[in-house]
Design a protein around this ligand. Structure first.
Ligand code: G4P
Length: 529
């Protein structure tokens, strides 16, 4: 098969949601359709849940939170679908943000009763800044929830999306009868636990057809007629180009646990979702069909195999063909590297791959050479853009609690920072080290991992910092003067960039106002330099 055919076959996406909306359940059902996992019936068991959440790490088992962001691939209708799993827990949001740089589209899961929740808002806004095409799946229709029109309003207002319902629910909760597939003009009758049979799908070209009353009752049939008329007046018809530009968002309704409405969405997904997209680098735009291989590291995962110290660096292939045992350029380090056992992920199984293509993710065993954002090429100097490092929101001084293990501690801290677990700042005045994280849980993760993986012990001391802002200025003298004046609040990140540490929102505001000559940035793009 040629490169173009391989590219055409691939769809790489992520599922995003607030915790508990049903991301894991939906992932399982998708894997089931792809034959990637087999279970009698579509009933969720813990075992499957475990695979679906890629519960690789000891710490994850202990905490029951999906720390890992894993990759699950399956074949469906001749397409190779790569799902990148994203931790829903807000303390691991940064991991999710970075994973979203490696997808070409996303599915957003919303709980019908809870509507749009905080974490969904954050994640969708990240996708929006990149114009990532997004499909929305409104889940748990078997439960009482919000009115469909209210949900569409919420989706438009809170998520800043342009809603385009492609299916519409008939009833809800106890009264839930199914969904009307607006796109295909078919009524899909609900029966719990995924026992749909062909007779449950009824073509209804004209909604005035009395068969509708027969199937769902007169009251719900009339409601559906009215609602569809209203939808047609208010919402635009589906247009694939607008969806691909990230300007129109198809909406589906269903119930993941009952495997209802999932297949419809998956079928639409394989038809409309984009294949591997071009990626922007500082030098130029890289098209997937370029003959030469290129890719970037978006995630580093430690010790998936507890017997080995190795880490796995996740590489997203952006162009060309990646081959096993072939020398490629590690652009930041300027050295050639080859990989004898690059790993592909098919659901829970790992296997060694000889070749991989744009859109694919391969795991590279790494003994400390990679950091997030690194590029690999056949020789060209390319630096992929858009891999963000967000301003942390929690800060603590980190101290060495075992003086005999200083070397181990320093090594461990640096490696964990390369993995993107947290950010390290060194204060200019005292040289003390500060760890900054997005969520409080990371402090426990760092302590645990330093001890178990590096044999080092650390302790923390509280520090009153509200926010870190990367600073620069057009006039280098102005920056220097600001740094001198504010020495107590200045630190350097691990790449040597200056950061202003503000004690409170108020101080940050007043300093920003007093120093218009300084630019304050709240995310820094990770550069592979
Ligand atoms: P997450 O990954 O987004 O955090 O959510 P997850 O799939 O774990 O689902 C959260 C809870 O919602 C689970 O219940 C799951 O069974 C339930 N759920 C998912 N889809 C549906 C649906 O369509 N309808 C209904 N009624 N419930 C749904 P749990 O009690 O927390 O876990 P479990 O004991 O079922 O594993």
């Amino acid at each position: 098969m040629g490169l173009q055919q391989e590219i055409d076959k691939r769809k790489t996406f992520g599922i995003i949601s607030h915790p508990d909306a049903g991301k894991t359940t939906l992932t399982e059902k998708l894997l089931l359709f792809g034959g990637a996992i087999q279970v009698a019936g579509a009933v969720k068991s813990n075992k499957i849940k475990k695979h679906a959440t890629s519960d690789f790490m000891e710490i994850e088992k202990q905490r029951g939170i999906s720390v890992a962001t894993s990759v699950m691939a399956f074949i469906y209708r001749d397409k190779k679908i790569n799902i990148l799993d994203t931790p829903g827990h807000k303390d691991f949001a940064e991991d999710t943000f970075r994973t979203l740089t490696a997808v070409d589209s996303a599915i957003v899961v919303i709980d019908v009763a809870k509507g749009v929740e905080e974490q969904t808002e954050k994640l969708v806004s990240v996708c929006k800044t990149r114009n990532t095409p997004m499909i929305v799946f409104i889940n748990k229709m078997d439960r009482e929830g919000k009115d469909g029109f209210d949900l569409l309003d919420e989706v438009e207002q809170k998520l800043n999306m342009k809603a385009c319902p492609l299916s519409w629910p008939v009833g809800m909760g106890q009264d839930f009868k199914g969904v009307y597939n607006i796109y295909e003009k078919k009524l899909n009758l609900f029966s719990p636990h995924g026992k749909q049979v062909d007779e449950d799908i009824i073509a209804i070209e004209d909604l005035s057809d009395p068969i509708l009353d027969e199937k769902v009752g007169e009251r719900l049939a009339n409601e559906l007629r009215e609602e569809i008329t209203m939808l047609e007046e208010v919402y635009p018809p589906f247009d694939r180009e607008s969806y691909l530009r990230g300007e129109l968002n198809p909406i589906f309704f269903g119930s993941a646990i009952n495997n209802f409405g999932v297949k419809e969405m998956l079928d639409a997904f394989v038809e409309i979702a984009p294949g591997p997209l071009a990626r922007v680098t500082e030098e130029r735009t890289v098209e997937p069909d370029e003959a030469k291989f290129s890719g970037f590291i978006f995630k580093i995962h430690a010790n998936m195999d507890p017997k080995h110290r190795d880490r796995i660096a996740f590489l997203r292939i952006c162009s060309g063909t990646f081959e096993r045992n072939t020398n490629y350029l590690h652009v930041r380090q300027g050295k050639k590297m080859k990989f004898s056992n690059p790993t592909a992920f098919m659901a829970s199984k790992k296997s060694i791959v000889d070749e991989a293509f744009p859109g694919d993710i391969v795991g590279l065993y790494d003994s400390g050479n990679f950091k997030i954002g690194d590029s690999m090429t056949e020789g060209e100097q390319l630096h992929f853009k858009g891999i963000p490092s967000f301003s942390p929101e929690q800060f603590r001084f980190i101290d060495n609690a075992d003086p005999m293990k200083t070397k181990q501690l320093n090594k461990g801290v640096l490696q964990l920072m390369d993995e993107g677990v947290a950010q390290l700042f060194v204060k200019e005045d005292t040289n003390r080290k500060i760890i900054g994280t997005v969520g409080a849980l990371q402090f426990d993760v760092i302590q645990y991992r330093l001890e178990h993986e590096y044999g080092a012990k650390c302790s923390y001391e509280p520090i009153a910092i509200h926010k870190a802002a990367w600073i620069d200025a057009d006039d280098p003298a102005a920056l220097k003067a600001f740094i001198n004046r504010r020495k107590n609040n200045i630190a350097k990140d691990k790449d040597g960039n200056h950061v202003f540490l503000a004690e409170s929102r108020w101080i940050l505001g007043s300093v920003e106002e007093a120093h218009p000559e300084i630019n304050f940035h709240f995310s820094s793009e990770i550069r592979s330099k």
